[in-house]
Ligand binder design. Structure first.
Ligand SMILES: CC(C)(COP(=O)(O)OP(=O)(O)OC[C@H]1O[C@@H](n2cnc3c(N)ncnc32)[C@H](O)[C@@H]1OP(=O)(O)O)[C@@H](O)C(=O)NCCC(=O)NCCS
Length: 295
């Protein structure tokens, strides 16, 4: 175990390339993810507030970030924040570094006036002492609607700068994909998750100005992951635009705007969504969360 009094607490490393690199290294070493791919997708979230502990050599040994994630909960706009990138290097664990970072992040959220703070985790026990409560996620399953009619869709490719620009524009102007629970603005994580998920396909429905994210699965499954744009086309039109005739449908968000109903099924294999905020802000169940909105 190393002595924590030799460490420096920082919250300015978003603007310091060497310290940002050290932060990226911590995430790579802890989770095996490379956040520098965000550079090719338009850069990190401008609302990101990073908190971290650094040693004398400039190594980032502990981190946690807060960011703005405006939400729609039960049809109402909520000033939401998210916490992500919680990591402590093994030799620095169990000394209270993470506890201090959560304190700093929650103080920041309070000072900024965020009404709800959310996170996704595989260790909910870590966060319940800080007032976070788990919220079960659901997917929605059912038979396909009868096929609609529409003008088709073209594939979007994240290696193409023009397609990235189009997606950013659609995400900036998006209608929340569901009323019960959905992020309103979350451009960077959508692009980052899409870049890391080769099984998720993206297409642009020009006539309804909407990007569709989906994947297919065994047994004629159409798995609707997300929709980004100012309008939400009905599911029947989406299937027609993609020229697909599936035998069963799954949506990863409550299908409030799809002109289609599905049965809610608990998603027990996902990370746990947790929220800290007033009781009145707990979303009406059942609701889902697009895998492209995970953070
Ligand atoms: C989880 C992690 C961030 C904790 O960092 P840490 O600096 O060792 O944590 P702290 O010493 O500040 O401990 C804070 C509290 O959390 C508890 N805690 C620590 N690790 C925990 C775990 N894995 N599960 C449950 N509780 C845990 C501690 O007991 C402590 O509570 P206490 O003060 O009541 O004893 C660190 O172990 C880590 O980086 N793990 C791998 C990455 C990870 O899982 N990140 C979280 C993803 S959401």
């Amino acid at each position: 175990m190393q002595a924590r009094h030799r460490l420096t607490f920082r919250s300015d490393h978003g603007g310091d390339p060497a310290a940002w690199r050290a932060f990226a290294d911590l995430l790579h070493d802890t989770f095996g993810i490379d956040i520098t791919i965000l550079d090719a997708l338009g850069g990190p979230d401008p609302t990101l507030a990073p908190f971290g502990w650094f040693d004398a050599a400039g190594t980032c040994v502990a981190s946690l970030c807060a960011f703005s994630i405006p939400l729609v909960i039960g049809g109402t706009f909520v000033r939401g924040a998210g916490l992500q990138s919680g990591a402590v290097r093994p030799q620095w664990r169990r000394q209270g570094l993470f506890r201090d970072l959560i304190g700093a992040a929650l103080n920041h959220c309070a000072a900024e006036g965020f009404e709800a703070v959310t996170l996704l985790t595989d260790t909910p026990a870590l966060y319940t002492p800080f007032g976070f409560r788990p919220l079960p996620l659901y997917r929605f399953e059912g038979p396909p609607p009868s096929r609609g009619a529409t003008a088709g869709a073209r594939p979007l490719d994240l290696r193409n700068d023009a397609d990235i620009t189009l997606l950013r524009r659609l995400l900036d102007a998006r209608r929340p994909v569901a009323d019960r629970f959905a992020p309103l603005r979350q451009v960077e994580m959508f692009l980052f998750n899409a870049a890391l998920s080769p099984d998720i396909r993206l297409a642009f429905m020009e006539d309804s100005t909407a990007a569709i994210a989906w994947r297919t699965g065994d047994g004629g499954l159409f798995d609707l992951v997300d929709i980004a744009g100012p309008t939400i086309p009905p599911l029947a039109d989406i299937l027609a635009a993609l020229d697909l005739s599936p035998t069963r449908i799954v949506t990863r968000f409550s299908p409030d705007h799809l002109d289609w109903q599905g049965k809610a099924v608990a998603e027990s294999d996902r990370l746990t969504l947790m929220m800290r905020g007033a009781e009145a802000l707990i979303p009406p169940h059942p609701f889902g969360l697009s895998p492209l909105a995970e953070f």
